[in-house]
Design a protein around this ligand. Structure first.
Ligand SMILES: Nc1ncnc2c1ncn2[C@@H]1O[C@H](COP(=O)(O)OP(=O)(O)O)[C@@H](O)[C@H]1O
Ligand SMILES: [Mg+2]
Length: 469
């Protein structure tokens, strides 16, 4: 789950819990409050009745008394039973006139009534007692009615708070995870070697701001280190070249002298010739490696100067295949050319394209076993692109390795080509640099054991600088 969703869910859940807790507490408190209020009201009703009885006793008038009681019952609709009992235990007055004069003990008030009674006395003389019964059902329904109003209000307020809380938690999650996501994306790019990726500034005074600032510093240091490394490589390889050239030319001179000078014993002549040939071949290999390193350094510093011309890919493929023909024959590998007719001229650097094709074809030849077949093809792809393929019947390349193959110094383990042909692992990286310099793309399709197909595309019309980025 993404950090943003996690934060959002956690905060939202917290809000829901808190709101539910607050709402429940409010409802419970409101219920307790209402119950207390009802008790007070009932107590007051009883007191009223007692007062009336006390006063009515002076001017004893049962009809007046009944009228009073009715008034009280009207004021308190929850009263379900009301009677006044005299000192002899007989009902003196009540809401139900038919009960007058009857012994109180002989009848029972309706069920579900909360009965409150009080003795009425005046100046120390007991006058009788008052009984008020409150209907429990009615009380409960009053309570529920009031509570449901409260519940409604709590629900409305709670929903508003919930919506605001959701919006707030979404914004908070977004503002926390946004910079982290951007930084992690940039870290990924830098990790892939794209050191020029700009690190966005996070304008905050918290840890995220600190993180972005440290990150910027780190990226700056890395870039500086990389530049130093590239300068070093470019400088030293350049310096290595001239002594190598001298070694090579002197080896050549000694080799040709060895053939002509007389009087050298034959066994010495063979030994020296073999040593000199080793020296010459080694310096040639070193020279190739240095060229690769220099090319790579140029590509990395974006200083690969391309000399754009109208180029016939068919002609370049012919040249490359011709140069590999002897080696292929020796290996018993067939070379094929598969170029569609009316292939247009392409604006490109012929020498660099030649270099790419030599690299790809050289690899194919290096890794394909005897009896195999290598096809170099070119055709027009829709929308003004030319599509070049180099297909072999070699061992193929595993999916896991395919993604790294165009990086510098990547070579498959256990697949180092033939003796004496150990490469540097720079060939494909240089191909990629050259093709991308033209605005095109490189790639490889392969199934292990069934050969590989390397391809690259080049726009037929030269793109303006920057347009294809
Ligand atoms: N046609 C191919 N078939 C199988 N593996 C290949 C092929 N071309 C390249 N590779 C793999 O990719 C690696 C990198 O190639 P490259 O960059 O040209 O370096 P090098 O040829 O110097 O080893 C090779 O070492 C090899 O493991
Ligand atoms: Mg190679």
């Amino acid at each position: 789950m993404r950090l943003r969703s996690k934060l959002f869910l956690t905060i939202s859940l917290l809000i829901v819990f808190i709101l539910a807790f607050v709402a429940l507490s409010l409802l419970t408190m409101e219920r307790q409050f209402l119950t207390r209020e009802t008790d007070k009201r009932q107590e007051a009703a009883l007191e009223n009745t007692v007062g009336i009885v006390r006063e009515a006793h002076i001017t004893w008038d049962p009809i007046l008394m009944v009228n009073y009681l009715k008034l009280i019952a009207q004021a308190h609709p929850e009263i379900g039973w009301l009677c006044i009992v005299d000192t002899e235990g007989k009902i003196q007055a009540g809401l139900d006139m038919s009960l007058l004069g009857i012994e109180r003990t002989q009848i029972s008030p309706p069920e579900k009534v909360r009965l409150l009674s009080r003795t009425v006395s005046s100046n120390g003389v007991t006058l009788g007692s008052v009984e008020v019964g409150f209907d429990k059902d009615r009380m409960e329904s009053y309570l529920q009615a009031s509570l449901s109003k409260v519940r409604e209000r709590i629900t409305i307020i709670g929903l508003c708070a919930l919506v605001l809380g959701f919006i707030g938690s979404f914004l908070l999650a977004q503002s926390l995870s946004g910079p982290i996501r951007v930084l992690s994306m940039v870290a990924g790019e830098i990790g892939k070697g794209e050191l020029d990726t700009p690190v966005p500034t996070v304008n905050r005074r918290d840890e995220l701001g600190d993180l972005s600032r440290s990150f910027q510093e780190m990226a700056g240091h890395l870039k500086e280190l990389d530049r130093m490394k590239q300068d070093f490589v470019a400088g030293t390889t350049h310096e290595l070249r001239s002594p190598l050239g001298i070694i090579e030319s002197h080896a050549n001179a000694v080799l040709s002298d060895l053939g002509e000078v007389k009087g050298i014993p034959e066994n010495y002549r063979t030994d020296w010739t073999s040593s000199m040939t080793h020296i010459k071949n080694s310096s040639l290999r070193l020279n190739r490696f240095i060229s690769d390193l220099l090319n790579m350094a140029k590509i990395e510093r974006k200083r690969l100067d391309l000399n754009f011309q109208e180029v016939s890919f068919s002609k370049i493929i012919d040249e490359v295949l011709l140069s590999f023909a002897p080696k292929a024959r020796e290996r018993k590998i067939v070379l094929f050319k598969q170029v569609s007719q009316n292939l247009p001229l392409v604006s490109a650097d012929p020498e660099r394209i030649h270099q790419v094709l030599v690299n790809l074809t050289g690899n194919a030849l290096k890794f394909t076993p005897a009896g195999g077949k290598i096809t170099v093809g070119a055709r027009v792809q829709q929308q003004g692109w030319i599509y070049i393929t180099v297909t072999d019947t070699g061992p193929g390349i595993s999916a896991e390795f395919r993604s790294r193959i165009f990086s510098k110094f990547e070579q498959a383990k256990g697949l180092s080509g033939r003796e004496g042909e150990r490469g540097t692992g720079l060939g494909l990286a240089i191909c990629k640099g050259i093709v991308e310099g033209h605005g095109g793309k490189v790639g490889v399709e392969s199934r292990a054991g069934q050969g590989s197909e390397f391809y690259f595309t080049i726009p037929i019309q030269r793109f303006l600088r920057g347009e294809n980025k």
